[in-house]
Design a protein around this ligand. Sequence first.
Ligand SMILES: O=P(O)(O)OC[C@H]1O[C@@H](O)[C@@H](O)[C@@H](O)[C@@H]1O
Length: 468
Amino acid sequence: MQVVLLSGGSGKRLWPLSNETRSKQFLKVLQDSEGKNISMVQRVWGQLINVGLASQTIIATSKSQVDILQNQLSVGPNSLVIEPSRRDTFAAIALASTYLYSVKGICPDEVVIVLPVDAFVENSFFERMKELEDIILHSNANLALLGVKPTYSSTKYGYIIPEKVFHNDSAIPFLASEFIEKPNESTAERLIEKGALWNCGVFAFKLSYLQSILQENNLPIHYNELLKQYNEIPCTSFDYAVVEKENKIATLPYEEDWKDIGTWNTLTEEMNSKIIGKGNVSQDSVNTHLINELDIPIAILGITDAIVAASPDGILVSSKAKSSNIKSMTECFDDRPMYEERRWGWYKVLDYVKFDDGNEVITKRLCIAKGKNISYQIHLKRSEVWTVVKGTGEFIKDDELMIVGNGDVLVIPIGTKHGIKAITDLEIIEVQSGSELSEDDIVRYCETWDEIKAHYNELHEVSYVRVE
Ligand SMILES: O=P(O)(O)OC[C@H]1O[C@@H](O)[C@@H](O)[C@@H](O)[C@@H]1O
């Protein structure tokens, strides 16, 4: 059995803490057993390790999230399938399946189980999920799902309508089902009366099943070919593209607690503390949560059932009940991310200004973790001035290496090659100035410090002439 963990979504519902690169699964608002703050992806990954599935799991993610994912989980590049752009879950699952087949050499008869990253569940959920393999192998079902009992007539889930219970063609009894994705509220009510279950976003199928769907859609089953055509894959969810059209569906009910923690309302229910970050919430502010990533305090007085979340990207003040409607309110915000976690650490934008002559200036605080490095690169539209404010590092500029430390000011004109490795934890205040300031204005020559050092050694090689 192979597991695909879907972790590429943008999760805009948790704005302002989530942004283009730091989506909901990376927010450290949950706690582990020792009380340490962890993110959803860290929690699920820990659970997959606990139930013995991590070694057979690949993570489907988007290009912009690779750095943060590798920062939060210690997974090698072979465990990642990187979507070149965001095209919803049908494309993501299709790409992951071709990766399993072409890159990992998985046999088409093997069962693949796809799992979302935002389910807040206990380990028993993953144990139940493992049973789907047996159903796929020993019944005539093409797809197997996990279903939970609905708690209200939600319009954001798929509904599984059980028809009958089979006992004979699989060791595990399951429900033969029909599936309706995101019905309206009155249909949802009717479906619940008929005993419908919510789909938990877990899909099990044989790899060959997905391959036949790709072929029906005139899409290749080989990874490299599908990767080339990725932007032509229909932009739709797996639920609409596959599940809703399938009539051989089996479902296993999951009877313990299941919660999708993709909205502020549901996420805050799982927080152990009412306050994360600087600030205070008055005693009479019942069921109100504060999450503050800014360095200034926030005070909340006499506001009940609310969420206040602040980050360098914005501030949200919302009632718990309405917090899932956030997408429509924030769609018009298209500012650049003001905070990003990268492969080497993180940065925060402290100030941004655009002058009348069109020149832009951004001041950033960069924290590079001990042993990590920024790639060897140039910028075509900006100069940078770095002031080292903490730690020591090895700095390379135009193929010259030097040791730098607290108090050093490093000037990097437009088009100058530069990179830095932190010898100890390193902090830099960076001032960028140029005609167009964007994270895309980076031409990278080498990424790892070993490559950078090899390049340096090649250029500075000293040839010794042996004197006899
Ligand atoms: O390309 P990586 O290694 O992620 O480095 C990216 C970083 O490069 C530096 O030169 C600066 O421009 C930073 O503002 C930027 O975030």
